[in-house]
Design a protein around this ligand. Structure first.
Ligand code: GDP
Ligand code: CA
Length: 305
């Protein structure tokens, strides 16, 4: 069986780990990962969601923190601070190595897709990790107080505190999906949209030309709700949906994907929304979707498969 999943960071990584554990030897998992959060920081190309997914699938992630490698040290950023820099972006030393490697190879003309595949292989990941695009797409946040923030400035430096007025994806019109992205959707037996932020993690992937149409054409597309009891488990997804005028609920997320979705998985705590989601012409399934540990991720993935 071929399974392809669209993912952002932590919510995506948790489900990917489950799918990877639940699939047998003859199956293959492909992750299509958001790159709208990518940024140049301390001179290196940081690709937060691609690295989160790779580290989680490699079993090397710091699960508590969500991002970065477990047992990593932060000597380089400490060194930058000692030089008087406002080093607000935490980047572990081994994580830095990944970014240095990526930056140098990009400088030599290699594409993000090829570099990501090599990093995944080097770290022992058997799944295929596909950046959504080799072209630069930058998520920008227009704030209610009239500023435009690059995503990491909003997310990390300003701790998601500014009120969001609008979300934009700079470069999305000109960007193409990565070379294997559309095929990974078309050839999959099952496609999943991970419980990632619908607006800033799944949104950029859906915005690439051809992706939404490929999902529409596919007969077996399932999304898992990242919103449980009207809130995100972590991060600003709930605030962002509210700012965009979308109902902050499993129903609101299902509605966003209604044009291409076959099935929507909502959490047991939201069972009351089931009929409304069925009413969108989407089959609503109720499962326990909180992936507190790897075992829970695998159990959910088995149910999904
Ligand atoms: P980020 O890039 O690290 O912020 O991560 P994502 O975009 O992949 O995911 C953020 C979303 O994941 C939030 O809306 C969370 O509510 C959701 N999420 C995180 N863990 C879980 C989980 O165990 N179950 C479900 N259903 N959603 C989760
Ligand atoms: Ca992210």
């Amino acid at each position: 069986m071929k399974v392809t999943a669209l993912a952002g960071g932590v919510g995506g990584a948790k489900l990917l780990v489950g799918l990877s554990g639940a699939l047998d030897q003859n199956s293959h998992l492909t992750a299509i990962v958001n790159t709208g959060d990518d940024a140049t920081i301390y001179g290196v190309h940081v690709s937060p969601d691609v690295d989160i997914v790779t580290y989680w699938l490699a079993g090397l992630a710091d699960r508590e923190r969500g991002w970065g490698l477990k047992d990593d040290t932060f000597r380089v950023v400490e060194g930058l601070r000692a030089l008087g820099r406002d080093a607000w972006f935490q980047l572990g030393d081994r994580d830095f190595a990944t970014c240095i490697h990526r930056t140098e190879r990009m400088g030599a003309g290699d594409k993000l897709t090829a570099i990501t595949a090599d990093v995944a292989r080097a770290l022992g990941v058997t799944a295929t990790v596909l950046p959504m695009s080799d072209d630069s797409v930058a998520t920008l946040i227009d704030t209610a107080d009239g500023r435009t923030l690059e995503f990491q400035d909003y997310f990390v430096k300003e701790r998601q505190e500014p009120e969001v007025h609008a979300i934009r994806f700079s470069g999305i019109e000109e960007a193409s999906p990565g070379p294997d992205v559309l095929r990974a959707i078309e050839e999959a037996d099952k496609v999943f949209l991970c419980p990632s932020n619908p607006l800033v993690s799944i949104g950029p992937i859906l915005g690439l030309s051809g992706v939404r149409d490929a999902l529409k054409a596919h007969p077996d597309v399932t999304a898992i709700s990242p919103i449980i009891e009207g809130a995100a488990l972590k991060g600003p997804a709930d605030k962002m949906l509210a700012a965009a005028g979308i109902e902050v609920s499993a129903y609101g997320v299902a509605e966003l994907y209604a044009d291409f979705l076959d099935r929507f998985v909502l959490d047991v705590r939201d069972e009351s929304h089931r009929d409304r989601i069925n009413g969108l012409g989407i089959e609503a399934i109720v499962l326990d979707t909180i992936m507190a540990d790897e075992e829970r991720s695998v159990l959910l993935a088995r149910d999904l498969l």
